[in-house]
Design a protein around this ligand. Sequence first.
Ligand code: SF4
Ligand code: SF4
Length: 379
Amino acid sequence: MLQEKLRSIENDIYTCAQCAFCTATCPVAEQKGWETYGPRGKMYLLKLLLQNDLQANEEIKERFYACTTCSRCAKVCQTDLKLVEIWEDVRSWLVEDNLGPLEVHKGIEASVAQSHNTYRESADKRDAWAGNLKLNKKGKIAFYVGCTSSYRMQQLAQDTMKILQSLGEEVAVLGEDEWCCGSVLLRTGQRRQFKEIVEHNVQALKNTGAKIVVASCTGCFKTISGDYPSIYGSELPFKMMHISQYLAQQIESGKLKFTKSINEKVTYHDPCHLGLHAGEYEAPRAILKAIPGLELIEMDNVREESRCCGAGGGLKAGMPDIALAIGQVRVNEAEETGASILASCCPFCKTNLSQAIEASNKNLVQKDITALVVEAMGL
Ligand code: SF4
Ligand code: SF4
């Protein structure tokens, strides 16, 4: 029962001062206008549910799934509440009570159980993105590709691999042995498969012999680096890095060199799972600043104050209209800089921001940082 589960976070519920510092930061509350869509309102709903003054129902479920898990609220919370953990716990309790998740999320869980990816694709086509690129099972570095790059955004996987191979390292990929990282399942409260996923992926990555594992999806990066260790029970047997962190290091050491100029004004969107969740703001900027000719112009809200693209937390699948509207707010901000390229480094940001650009008819192009690196390396 939800009410019983809420007792485990009773202190948090009563600690919330209802100060509303968080409300102004919430991209969903901004779109919907109603208090209960924002974090303060959600905390108030939890208090009513705990006190038995309210019963969980479809409307309550809808409020708790109307969230990108961006963590902007947690960044400003005056009482330091770990709000994203609370949102994810509440979703998992709604699932346990057979109220959650949203219908579309159930299909994702079934797909992961059946074929180890979120898109109902065949597991044996997981490395079809590679085309003519030679893939190895062993290496000093492993590239965790992720479901979206494997099946829906193959250019991102190809660009990442081309860059890594051009740096002279032997790069391992898991192919069919790579299972969905479990990010979407965790964010939507569907935790049943997560332990098995963690154990499988960690063992498979360990078997490659790699000491460093890179991901070009920030959802995979955040999940493996942030959520896997507590389930795995100890430190992971490899260092998990986002591709931007790895490439920034290679630039710093002089190993990665650019041979071509990109004479464009570029603005950079911080993906929430890299920035707000993992505190990495510098690495992507270091890469952009090192590209000859490229002029980086910052938006008004960046780094710890960055706006969300709207795609996270299962919102894009569950409530695509709200996700798109949030993306359009970010695109407006990008346009105000006068940049011609809106760069980022996450396939979910890419999808939502590209659709927002199209829906708003803006004169902007969305590019992943790896695409800019490939261009500037002349690959
Ligand atoms: S995580 Fe983001 S979307 Fe969710 S309540 Fe907090 S600010 Fe709003
Ligand atoms: S900032 Fe924190 S304490 Fe204030 S209303 Fe939001 S959740 Fe509650």
